[in-house]
Design a protein around this ligand. Sequence first.
Ligand code: 4AZ
Length: 234
Amino acid sequence: ILGGTSALPGAHPWMAALYIADEFCAGTLVSSCWIVSAAHCFLRNPLKSQIRVVLGQHSFNDTGPNTRTFAVQDYILYPPVFAALVKLKKVEGRCALKTPFIRPICLPGKDLTFPDHSCCKISGWGHMHEKANSYSHLMEGVVKIIPFDQCSSPDVYGSEVRSGMLCAGSESCVDACQGDSGGPLACDCDGVSFLYGIISWGDGCGRSGKPGVYTLVNYMLHIKSIFHTVLYAL
Ligand code: 4AZ
């Protein structure tokens, strides 16, 4: 995350750290056994045995008394909107148990939409500058939803942004960067946080006129019945 601030431990208890072979991505815990992430983290077809998911993590690559590490039972990709679902392998019959540092985020119902210019939060362990070469402790920042017509105009991303995606950015250059993808764009409604977007891609990080692009979670839930079946059948 660029231009953000340090998150307090436990402030984003749905954050998942995905160690995938020699790559790193974020993800979001949406129920005890399921993580939502980004498909491009899996495009080299990693073996399930090459993936570890750490919940309750504060600093990159750091486990401790508040973290729980899981192997992966399975993963499902939906490349058209760059989404992935990851199922955790149970330990003694269970996946994630709630703690002050581990808790799922709410999924939006199809009627929950946040209007243009809404402020939402991003968080992650990704690069803090476009040319950084290390990951960080958990950072957070606020970004604003940008009208689709603006983001799909030729001087921004043109037809690279499609339906099922949303753009968000900030005048103060808060943005996601490498290592943040798969993590949440969390929007609050009446004090409850919802997983509204998945950090996905963008032209660099924090460049003016080049906002971050996110997978629109309610779109993916409602066009792709497998996601709906998997995620709402829990
Ligand atoms: C990445 O490489 C990445 N500025 C994620 C988000 C953005 C850029 C790169 C958006 O994972």
